[in-house]
Write a protein that binds this ligand. Structure first.
Ligand code: DP6
Length: 320
């Protein structure tokens, strides 16, 4: 059986950083994200009894680096006794550069694998399976504004607002495409073990989540901007104070942050957020988008600009 599913990456406004349980990959903190619309990863999974090993191609090239994590995700969904699989991934944005490509990849893989194996599963079960492969992937099963909560041995994700309820725009400035030096999973563990700020980060997260939830519910852009930038900078401060330090930014990252803050000072509704990479995601109201694109395009070191609205969660595209 063969199935194809598509998932969009999500961008966290209140970040997941740190693991409570590394074996089950359970996050130490809750998080709130927005699922994108225009960027996607499509995964085709075909179980085939004649294969003696799994295979993975990403955008037409064999990818043995990512294969063990994809195989593990297939095991979680279809069981370790499953037939081997041929997996074909197509992604319309740079992979492993801090653009949450693993979130969309594992969300789509979990969906496609369940459909290809003929397994009936709920979105919540798929989110837990995808989350075991990559914590942020659990959120890409859901559209719009999604909140991930820690609930004992599992994660619980829900859409807190649909994409159309507050149609924000996201302008992504790619300052350096290409894989990152330290994976987010490894960096999180280093932060947990060595950063003097880690415990405080975990302790303050519930208050940040409350603040972001209230800002979203009241469509208060200024309030959301303040908490999202604070939470992002706090996460990066935890990383910077780790030993050895984890610094994902480059000089263009800093220049983009300044450009966004200058725009906001001039009255444009925009804020930045940055994940485990040097790219800057500027989240704005539709009326600010043109000015945001112009400012980031004119910032030295910006290689490419991508834009997106908010979209839906992962879905099966076809089963044959
Ligand atoms: C900075 O989901 O990539 O993007 O669970 O180890 O695969 P693993 O981590 P991952 O971490 C994402 C971290 C982040 C913040 C976020 O998306 O919440």
């Amino acid at each position: 059986m063969q199935a194809t599913a598509r998932a969009q990456p999500n961008i966290a406004l209140v970040k997941y950083w740190g693991k409570r349980d590394t074996v089950r990959n359970l996050p130490a903190v809750g998080s709130i994200s927005i699922t994108l619309h225009d960027l996607y990863t499509q995964m085709q999974v075909e179980f085939d009894a004649s294969l003696d090993a799994d295979r993975l191609t990403v955008n037409g090239e064999q990818d043995d680096g990512m294969l063990p994590r994809i195989s593990h995700c297939l095991d979680l969904v279809a069981g370790p006794q499953r037939e081997r699989a041929s997996v074909t991934s197509t992604c319309n944005f740079p992979v492993a550069a801090g653009l949450a490509s693993s979130a969309s990849a594992f969300a789509a893989t979990a969906c496609a694998a369940a459909a290809a194996a003929g397994i009936e599963t709920s979105t919540s079960e798929l989110a837990n399976l995808a989350g075991r492969a990559s914590g942020s992937a659990a959120r890409s099963l859901y559209g719009g504004f999604a909140e991930l909560k820690n609930a004992g041995d599992a994660v619980e994700v829900e859409t807190i607002e649909d994409p159309a309820a507050w149609p924000l725009r996201v302008v992504i400035a790619i300052t350096k495409a290409g894989p990152k030096a330290v994976s987010s999973g490894e960096a999180m563990e280093r932060s947990r073990k060595t950063s003097p700020f880690y415990a405080r980060w975990v302790e303050e997260q519930p208050a940040d989540l409350d603040e972001a939830r209230a800002a979203i519910a009241s469509r208060d852009f200024e309030r959301l901007a303040a908490i999202a930038e604070h939470n992002c900078l706090k996460m990066h401060s935890v990383m910077w104070a780790s030993r050895p330090p984890i610094v994902y930014w480059n000089s263009a990252t800093l220049d983009c942050m300044s450009a966004v803050r200058e725009l906001r000072a001039r009255g444009h509704a925009v804020f930045f957020t940055i994940d485990a990479g040097p790219q800057v995601k500027a989240v704005c109201l539709p009326q600010a988008e043109a000015a945001v694109i112009e400012a980031l395009r004119g910032t030295a070191g910006v290689e490419t600009i991508m834009t997106s609205g908010l979209g839906d969660g992962a879905a099966v595209v076809s089963v044959t």
